[in-house]
Design a protein around this ligand. Sequence first.
Ligand code: HEM
Length: 146
Amino acid sequence: MLYIIALTIHILSVVIWIGGVAFVTLVTFPMILRMDKSLEMVMMFQGTEHRFGKIAKVMVILAGLSGLYLIYEKGTSLGVWLMIVIWSFYAALLFGFEKMIFKKLFGQPSNDMDTKKVFNMLQTFHWIVLGLSFLAIIAGVYAGHY
Ligand code: HEM
């Protein structure tokens, strides 16, 4: 019974968190990139990241804790290690590197050209992160069913 609860928490947190990353990548970024003014772009981005950042942090913690319990029940495998590696990358991003990157990107005043370039880079980065998330989902399904 506890196994089912942990697995449900694991999947729900992963759905909310990776669903959010997919939304930001597929919907928010294209909207931002269609805007003309840098201030508008930065405001929209920061508004989204500010709200979603908190949700993502809670979900990453829940996915990690439920994952630990799942290991206790089922043990580890290659798929589980792959999930742990990708999870660690996310945790490092959310709890540390993100601030460093933002400071570098938004620290100095910039003109409209620079802002477009920065958001193009950020979108590419989100595509990479989304691709890695899909890999973690595949690893999880493999670990659970093979
Ligand atoms: C990027 C983050 C993660 C994603 C997207 C992810 C996704 C998944 C998915 C989709 C499953 C499949 C469940 C099923 O089909 O029955 C799963 C199971 C599992 N996950 Fe994760 N997970 C992540 C992080 C973690 C972490 C950090 C741990 C360990 C601390 C972990 C440990 C496990 C275990 C042990 C299972 C169960 C395997 C089994 O039933 O034998 N996962 N995960």
